[in-house]
Design a protein around this ligand. Structure first.
Ligand code: AMP
Length: 386
């Protein structure tokens, strides 16, 4: 087993499977790819076929699924409920527990489970680890995790704030501390994960104390197609007054809201391009997006008390200087001073974009969920080996 240093990271979604093979000995990635449109005509019929294709792609690189150099498979699992606060070595019991959580993530957990079942059947001898999107947020205190509704009802139906994108928030908060040359334990960070989905977190000394997503990934920031926060009575109003069904409201809030709902485009590149042409709907969409983001920065400043850094990550956070500039504008009173020249630089590296005199550092830290999953997976199997 000693020279088995490869971890295969699998992210099985409802219609796609993403994979990366990462060598923990040197950080190299001998293979990576995406099999998509599962179930569509002339694409893989099902997840088993998709993973078969991945096996074939790996074999072409001389590293098939049967390769003795693979030490473990790390699976991204979206919902770990209250049960999983850390990655778990997959056993029948763990898998049963993940199945029990399907009602909390009906779109995500079933696909994650299918991926696990297939690779377990193919390599029953290989350790497999589930890394949960919710786990990093398991430390948020009850005061932040509880919704102010009937306690018994909330407990009966497991209704509370779980948070998502945890692997990214964990990775980015740790690497922000590294960028500052300090230990994670000594640093308080606000992480802004702004991708197609978007979430913020407040991380105190490496421990997550608050995050913007809740029971599901719908709460919080304005996203590409999701509304984020709204008055819950909007749902009642849509059903009572607009005559919409539960399903219709679900689709509206998850797929036809956010930037898309506000201006018709969910891609921030398109929104800013239209803004530059003077498009008013795109400008309003941008303004709503930024306003919400700034509200969360203010709120999390109060939650943390002392903030050392604000870190931007994911597609929008890493690439949109316009979003960073608008989100950080006029925050001198909080101790935030963005450096416009540094902010305008395009780079794939982790970097600071604040002035030297800024009391709070502003950082751009590219996220790497696959690497985080591989590292956590490797750590679990090493612990098990001991
Ligand atoms: P992610 O979910 O992290 O892959 O982020 C995807 C989103 O990033 C896309 O929907 C785009 O809106 C956004 N994005 C990617 N590149 C850029 C860019 N150069 N400028 C602004 N937004 C970008």
């Amino acid at each position: 087993m000693t020279d088995a240093t490869l971890v295969l990271v699998l992210n099985s979604g409802s219609s796609s499977v993403k994979y990366q093979l990462i060598d923990m000995a040197d950080g190299s990635r001998p293979a990576a790819g995406l099999v998509e449109r599962i179930g569509e005509p002339s694409f893989p019929a099902d997840h088993a076929a998709a993973i078969g294709l991945i096996g074939a792609e790996l074999r072409e690189k001389g590293l098939g699924l049967d390769s003795p150099r693979i030490a473990a498979i790390g699976h991204r699992v979206v919902h770990g409920g209250r049960y999983f606060s850390r990655p778990a070595l997959i056993t029948d019991r763990v898998l049963d527990e993940v199945r029990r959580l399907v009602p909390l993530a009906p779109l995500h957990n079933p696909a994650n489970i299918t991926g696990i079942e297939i690779t377990r059947a193919l390599r029953p001898d290989l350790p497999q680890v589930a890394v949960f999107d919710t786990a990093f947020h398991a430390t948020i205190p009850e005061s932040a995790a509880r919704y102010a509704i009937d306690t018994e009802l909330a407990d009966e139906y497991a209704i509370r704030r779980y948070g998502f994108h945890g692997t990214s928030h964990q990775y980015v908060s740790r690497h922000t501390a590294e960028l500052l040359g300090r230990s994670p334990e000594s640093v308080n960070v606000i992480v802004l994960h702004l991708g197609n989905g978007a979430s913020a977190s407040a991380v105190a000394g490496g421990v997550c104390v608050e995050t913007s997503m809740g029971l599901t990934p719908l709460e919080g920031l304005v996203m590409g197609t999701r509304s984020g926060d709204l008055d819950p009575a909007v749902l009642l109003h849509l059903q009572r007054v607009a005559g919409m069904s539960v399903e219709e409201v679900d689709v509206l809030l998850n797929r036809r809201s956010g930037l898309k709902g506000l201006c018709g485009d969910n891609d921030m590149r398109e929104v800013t391009r239209r803004m530059a042409e003077g498009d008013q709907r795109a400008t309003l969409a941008f303004d709503v997006y930024i306003h919400r983001l700034r509200k969360y920065v203010g709120a999390y400043t109060a939650v943390l008390g002392r903030v050392d850094a604000i870190a931007f990550t994911a597609g929008v956070g890493e690439n949109s200087a316009a979003v960073r500039a608008a989100a950080m504008a006029n925050l001198d009173a909080l101790g935030v001073e963005l450096d416009p020249a540094l902010n305008a630089v395009r780079s794939a590296e982790a970097r600071l974009v604040s002035t030297e005199s800024s009391r709070i550092a502003v950082a751009v830290v590219p996220t790497d969920e696959e690497l985080e999953i591989a590292e956590q997976t490797f750590a679990v199997i090493r612990r098990t080996d001991e």
